[in-house]
Design a protein around this ligand. Sequence first.
Ligand code: ADP
Length: 163
Amino acid sequence: MKNTAVYPGSFDPPTNGHLDVIARASRLFPRLIVAVTDNQNKTPTHTLEERLLMLRGITKNIPGVSVEIFSGLLVNYLKKKNARVIIRGLRAVSDFEYEFQLALMNRKLSPSIETVFLMPDEKYVYLSSSMVNEVARLGGSVDCFVPPLVRAQVIKKCRHSNP
Ligand code: ADP
């Protein structure tokens, strides 16, 4: 597949599940842009800059992967980057409806762009960024859920907000 792919998401923070999807996508596409979005509907725990630095740190040894900040309409961003593939991760059934809607909306906006869904290793199907932040905030260990670099940032950020 001689294409550039874009993996968009909030990555608040990036987890082992995201990293698993990135590794799988990088084996399918020669160039993969991980695009960190500033989703206005969510109040992030980690700033855009922090998420960018975490993602750059944990992907630095994966060939063909770059990390950028993106805002605006996703399909316009892909056109600007000359990319035709959107990568999304699918965990359990709960992801399906929203992801299905998003993929069809993007297809309507730009029929030449395809969304490719990748399933993570089964040990990550229950893993979400919000749970990682919550476990850290309550003093639990997040060692199994995020790479060490992310763990340090999550502990620094979330432990301080412990009530
Ligand atoms: P968004 O705010 O766009 O949903 P996320 O960072 O939560 O951003 O997720 C980005 C993408 O990665 C989504 O397609 C989501 O389903 C997927 N994803 C999130 N966590 C995991 C995981 N543990 N395993 C596989 N895919 C995941």
